[in-house]
Design a protein around this ligand. Structure first.
Ligand SMILES: Cc1cc2nc3c(=O)[nH]c(=O)nc-3n(C[C@H](O)[C@H](O)[C@H](O)COP(=O)(O)O)c2cc1C
Length: 145
């Protein structure tokens, strides 16, 4: 059955947007619909759709600038109808590996949302083309939807 996905991007340098675009292509090919949010605002994002959050981590374990406002909006928001996948991009040479993605997961679950799978944390040292790792993982998730 066709579903609608809200793809939410947190990026400083563009790598997470490539991941989002590759996931979007996969959704198209599978007959699903999507909206990509590169300046995410909770007011524009359906909470009865499935979310796919693709975000990197910058600074000392912080979310990218473009998704910080969205993260703040999640605090205290009623998210009990949200079903979400989270894909984090990070670098294991930081002891704050993928803390940005983990922060988003916490906001979603603290406010009643459901994670449809354990998050995927992609180490860009190991995966120089992170979208390949993301699509391979996501194909496995789509089979279970
Ligand atoms: C200044 C800087 C700080 C970073 N800090 C972290 C960090 O704290 N934790 C982490 O897992 N990755 C960290 N990274 C790695 C990025 O998350 C990684 O390069 C990612 O692929 C960037 O994705 P983007 O282009 O979508 O922003 C950092 C990268 C830079 C350049």
């Amino acid at each position: 059955m066709s579903k609608h996905f809200e793809i939410i991007v947190g990026t400083m340098l563009g790598a997470s947007e490539y991941v989002a675009d590759a996931i979007a292509e996969k959704l198209d090919a599978s007959g699903h619909t999507h909206t990509i949010h590169t300046e995410p605002n909770l007011d524009d994002i359906k909470t009865d759709a499935t979310w796919i959050v693709c975000t990197s981590t910058h600074g000392a374990g912080e979310l990218p600038d473009n998704i910080q406002e969205f993260a703040a909006q999640l605090k205290g928001a009623p998210l009990h109808t949200v079903n979400a996948f989270v894909i984090g991009l990070g670098d294991t040479s930081y002891d704050t590996f993928c803390f940005g993605a983990k922060e988003i997961e916490k906001h979603i679950t603290d406010n009643g949302g459901t994670l449809l799978a354990d998050a995927l944390y992609i180490d860009v040292l190991e995966h120089p083309i992170p979208e390949d790792a993301a699509v391979e993982w996501f194909e496995g998730q789509l089979d279970h939807l």
